[in-house]
Design a protein around this ligand. Structure first.
Ligand SMILES: Cc1cc2nc3c(=O)[nH]c(=O)nc-3n(C[C@H](O)[C@H](O)[C@H](O)COP(=O)(O)OP(=O)(O)OC[C@H]3O[C@@H](n4cnc5c(N)ncnc54)[C@H](O)[C@@H]3O)c2cc1C
Length: 410
């Protein structure tokens, strides 16, 4: 089967806080134009980096290509709250797919966040990964009674945490009706994380080509061939697509939609403990939601305000207004933030699936082809999950959870 693709979209606007410092070089100079490899990964964002690290850890031969510099796609726009909680609450997931499946997803995501911390510690990756609790605040989607019910389900499946009432939130300097404070999440610098993982993969023999735009894919039962616009020919036993929100048209993406999200980072500030002394990752049960985190160097990041379009001009035009709205909403929640000014303001294309689950697994109708797509608000946790699920696919022993995330799930 031969497919053509050049579905490039503008992924980011503005100035992301993660691109302010110097970044290590990971792309290799081209030495030839024909490459043979076991695994060809398209996409050198956080997903491609998790995959490259995992596959090379297993001794696999890996080549990664990217049309941009590594980690300069949507990864550079991410606010990198490594949440075990999904955009959908367990209440919603239980409704949609039953308690057993909902529990498996939540427990797996908790394990996955812990595995990210363990991985960076084991290999000394400097990516500011910090274990954090998350604080889920009642909003227009879930009120205090709903949060009590959400806590009951979490407890039932063995995930322990606290319900905070209005007074307990006030003691943390927050205004709200109720909140759920749970351990088990983390935060990070997503660009450092992606480049750190990629550097580790390169040390084990992975090759990164960039810029290299995959434009023709030929997938057969004997293997795959990718032709790039720059003239490279890459032959691989297996193709793994990790091209983020730019999906070639042979990926069934009907359940996926694109929107735009905004974020800002303040200057380094003494009030960087705003969401509480434990640096909890704050997010609201609202649509659009608001979220607040701090950074390792003492900034406060505020994000959200999603809109249902991905057009770059529209998103640039709306940015000043969105920044003001984010600041005003954050100050209403955290009076400690009144008067803070943004130093960085940016926006990015953001993806969502109808069930809040990613699309990870074999691509129906494309032999020897795997995909890792469909990431929402806890996308990075799912990128790490993709590495586990796809390694299991490569071994020919699909993970016991694979059906939950399959591209052709019902
Ligand atoms: C504002 C914002 C805030 C977010 N906040 C969070 C958060 O707090 N927590 C969280 O977990 N997630 C968050 N996300 C989501 C998270 O950032 C994404 O899930 C993640 O960045 C996706 O990474 P990726 O590697 O799959 O995609 P990308 O980083 O976009 O990488 C894909 C790469 O593929 C390359 N590519 C595409 N097509 C081709 C081609 N034809 N040939 C060669 N290369 C190609 C691109 O150039 C790109 O570099 C946020 C996203 C945004 C926009």
């Amino acid at each position: 089967m031969t497919r053509l693709d050049d579905g490039a979209i503008s992924l980011r606007s503005g100035q992301s806080v993660w691109l302010a410092g110097e970044l290590p070089e990971t792309a290799a100079p081209r030495e030839k134009s024909i490459y043979e490899t076991e695994i060809a990964i398209v996409g050198a964002g956080i997903t491609g980096a998790f995959l490259a690290e995992r596959f090379t850890r297993e001794g696999r031969c890996v080549l990664v290509i990217d049309r941009r510099d590594p980690a300069k796609g949507s990864t550079a726009a991410s606010t990198a709250m490594l949440l075990w909680e999904l955009d959908a609450s367990l209440l919603e997931l239980e409704d949609r797919m039953g308690l057993e499946a909902a529990a498996r997803i939540a427990v797996r995501c908790r394990r996955q966040v812990a595995a990210i911390s363990a991985l960076v510690n084991e290999f000394g990756i400097a990516a500011d990964v910090r274990p954090r609790p998350s604080l889920y605040l009642a909003g227009e989607k879930l009120d205090a009674a709903d949060l009590r019910e959400e806590r009951r389900i979490r407890e039932h499946i063995g995930i322990a945490g606290l319900y905070l009432d209005e007074g307990e939130l006030a003691a943390r300097g927050l205004i709200g009706e109720a909140g759920l404070l749970y351990p088990g999440s983390a935060d990070s610098d997503p660009v450092k994380l992606a480049l750190g993982l990629m550097t580790l993969a390169i040390a084990r023999g992975a090759v990164v080509l960039s810029p290299a735009i995959a434009s023709v894919y030929e997938t057969t039962t004997d293997g795959v061939t990718i032709a790039t616009r720059e003239g490279d020919i890459i032959r691989a036993r297996t193709l793994v697509l990790a091209s983020g929100y730019e999906m070639p048209d042979f990926v069934p993406a009907a359940r996926h939609s694109l929107c735009t999200s905004w974020a800002l980072a303040t200057a380094q500030t003494k009030s960087a403990c705003v969401p509480g002394p434990d640096g909890a990752l704050l997010w609201e049960a609202s649509d659009p939601y608001l979220y607040i985190r701090t950074t390792a160097d003492g900034r406060v990041i505020i994000g959200g305000e999603d809109e249902d379009f991905s057009d770059a001009e529209k998103r640039k035009a709306l940015t000043p207004q969105k920044a003001q709205t984010l600041l005003a909403k954050a100050a209403k929640r955290c009076p400690g933030l009144v008067g803070v000014e943004p130093e960085f303001v940016w926006s990015g294309v953001f993806g969502e699936t109808e069930d809040s689950l990613p699309m990870i697994g074999r691509i129906p109708g494309a032999p020897n082809s795997l995909a890792a797509y469909g990431y929402g608000g806890n996308g990075i946790t799912f990128s790490a999950l993709a590495a586990d699920l796809l390694e299991a696919e490569l071994r020919g022993r699909p993970d016991e959870d694979s059906a939950l995330y399959a591209l052709d799930r019902s």
